[in-house]
Design a protein around this ligand. Structure first.
Ligand code: 99T
Length: 207
């Protein structure tokens, strides 16, 4: 095992990396190191490996620890020669990267909502902040449904992986909000995508 991944089953960003490891046949190369904590209380988060104190972070034999999920996924793709990213100059290159950024932004907003209630005393939680984060997610869902569905078909790419992880995370942490309402095409895509072996094997869990 030449790689070491700082990991938690609840993190959608770690899950992107895990799905890429599954899809590119590199699982056996990676040791998983459980990491848990928050900005207030870093616990076992790898603060000396990643000064931002976030996971995923990936130790590799040939150089510095890598973070964040976008860098790690790109590294793993290159390591396996897997082509989850269109070649530079190839059609769709910028759309794939923008769709991945949209999925990551949805995860950021959804995670911020979790931290807003987890890290603040109940009387200091500001509902308007929670709702403003959710509106980012809703606008993204609307954009996906109306403009981006054609980019979710075709051979597997990193944007598909990221979006599958983002939507499952909405179910995991914000299930009562019903992201599927008003987004039938995206919901149908999600049903098919989450049936992939790599997605079933990495469903988020609280530990
Ligand atoms: O913010 C902290 O101090 C700790 N948080 C994290 O490490 C989260 C875990 S998801 N990771 C990120 O926010 C990584 C974001 C980065 N841009 C990337 O890797 O792409 C925790 C989710 C949960 O507990 O529900």
């Amino acid at each position: 095992m030449s790689l070491r991944l700082y990991h938690n089953d609840a993190s959608p960003f770690v899950r992107k990396v895990m799905v890429v490891l599954h899809e590119t046949g590199q699982l056996a190369d990676v040791e998983l190191v459980h990491a848990k904590g928050s900005a207030l209380s870093p616990g076992s988060l790898p603060t000396t490996r990643n000064p931002l104190g976030k996971i995923p972070a990936l130790d590799r034999p040939e150089g510095a620890t890598l973070y964040d999920s976008r860098v790690i996924c790109r590294y793993l793709d290159a390591r396996a020669g897997a082509r989850l990213y269109p070649a530079p100059g190839h059609s769709g290159e910028w759309e794939v990267l923008t769709l991945e950024a949209t999925a990551d932004g949805m995860m950021d907003a959804a995670v911020l909502m979790v931290y807003e209630t987890r890290l603040r005393p109940a009387d200091k939680v500001i509902p308007e902040i929670l709702e403003a984060q959710w509106r980012k997610i809703e606008r993204s869902l609307d954009a996906l449904e109306t403009r981006w569905m054609s980019h979710l078909s075709g051979p597997l790419n990193i944007a598909h992986v990221a979006m599958g992880c983002a939507l499952d995370y909405l179910d995991f942490r914000h299930g009562t909000r019903d992201w599927r309402a008003g987004h039938p095409e995206l919901a149908a895509w999600h049903v098919g995508f989450t049936a992939r072996e790599s997605m079933v094997a990495t469903m988020p869990r609280q530990i």
